[in-house]
Design a protein around this ligand. Sequence first.
Ligand code: ATP
Length: 578
Amino acid sequence: MSDNGSKAGPEPSERTAIGITFGNSNSSIAYLVDDKAEVIANEDGDRQIPTILSYVDGDEYYGQQAKNFLVRNPKNTVAYFRDFLGKEFKSIDPTHNHASAHPQESGETVSFTLKDKEGEEAEPSTLPVSEIATRYLRRLVGSASEYLGKKVTSAVITVPTNFNEKQKAALVAAAAAADLEVLQVISDPVAAVLAYDARPEAKIEDKIVVVADLGGTRSDVAVVASRGGMYTILATVHDYEFAGVALDKVLMDHFAKEFMKKNSGASDPRENAKSLAKLRLEAEATKRALSLGTNASFSVESLADGIDFASTINRLRYETIARTVFEGINRLVDSALKKAGLDVLDVDEVVLSGGTSHTPRIAANFGYIFPQNTRILAPSTEVTAINPSELGARGAALQASLIQDYEAEDINQSTHAAVTTVPHVTNAIGVISVNEAGEEVFVPVVPPETAVPARRTVHVSAPNGGDVLVKVVEGNTHIKVTKPEPKVKENGDSKAAKVEDADDSDEDDSDFSDDDEEEEEKREKVWKIGSTLAEAAVKGVKKNGKVEVSITVNSDLSVLVTAREVGGKGGVRGTLSS
Ligand code: ATP
């Protein structure tokens, strides 16, 4: 059809634009209805549409129908191909493709060989991954067009933060070949934050957000600074071990062992391709059920050797056997924060995105990692949380509606920087004030990680009036740790310092006293005054007057400071180079 790129896209006024998350496991499509992004169900009623294509007698199936063919028709079913777009064969990881069509090397790219035509004697086709992506996207867009009753022309598509330019270009080309104009490719975590920030009740405030995007084959954690509605990605980590598929595997092993124990002499269902495929599908369904209920069943007809198998598992048992995966996910969050140079106390919100984020244990663990006032946005921790499987598509649909009226060139120019990495200040900039105790304290005006250029203003009170000296300084935070008072321990007899816990029965206190200490430790974020950037004296301020200090950080990180009496005339102004 088209030789992509070169073909001019539709006129802005003729666009119908949607948001798409094109995942390695699932995809979703969303559209804006009355300013609200809604995820669209396809013809099968699915909102999470498996990123799978399958061919049977020349007919093409996609989504859940294709997924079901993994049992009976694995060779002509392609799954887990998205991450191969724009990559060379030698750099891909084909682990997840062992139970479906195998990727193979073909020139510069990766391809799959499938029987996609009707007839016994029809030759199989060797299709590059770009063609598979095009066919899949065509189906996805077809479902959206059918639902909306008009042809979808354009989309904003989300991808992981480590998708490189070549991968993005391959995605845009694959979409163009499906007659879909890509307005913009945005990163998954930014789409998730956008979806939350677009809610009418959301306050656009400065905040640090950790987005844990937990999918099927990968987990990506990003630390995002939101400053005045601009997003800056401060750090990301990517992991291909601790994700949904690893949780499926835990349950598959559990039930396979139970099956063999109950049916002595029966073969291991993990050693036969068909049994393994059945085991995998049912394990995933059981896992999903365990996100909702505290008990779930597992039942497969003719699991192996013609033997039916049915069992149950409760959530506690599941959480015990899957502990290694959950701990792995915790460590990802930890390392993302370390990479960003931040502490858990710096984080205002944790957004859980991606299918695996439905898992209550993961959200509960984050609740332990972060302080109490950090909001954990997941279905099990916050009733108003948005469905984690829908965040990406919703964010993409919102972005699509914002930019669909622009000419294609303008979109490219204006929107890249805002959602990727933009220059930002590392330390906070603020003024020094004196607290009730007469101590000098730092009052942040421009928070750390603010994208530049930025301008912020603060009012400093001048109760005594007269000449007011304003000191503009850099500030950085450090974590103040207050250890609990040490317990005086003499052979376990004296527990003088444990007055607070006096209501505990004192019998076995001595056994626990060592472990308890860590829990009692108080950690708080405090500002440290850094180097002075500017000093300005505002003369003749009225008693109980106010001085307005305005700080502008330019794109080259030079700082402009102005100070003037509120309601007064004149003022002081000075520029500092970066
Ligand atoms: P990736 O690109 O990492 O492969 P994705 O972004 O394409 O993933 P998602 O839909 O975000 O796909 O995540 C898919 C994973 O989420 C699957 O492992 C699926 O089993 C899991 N999942 C979906 N719903 C639930 C649920 N309710 N509870 C637990 N896990 C779930």
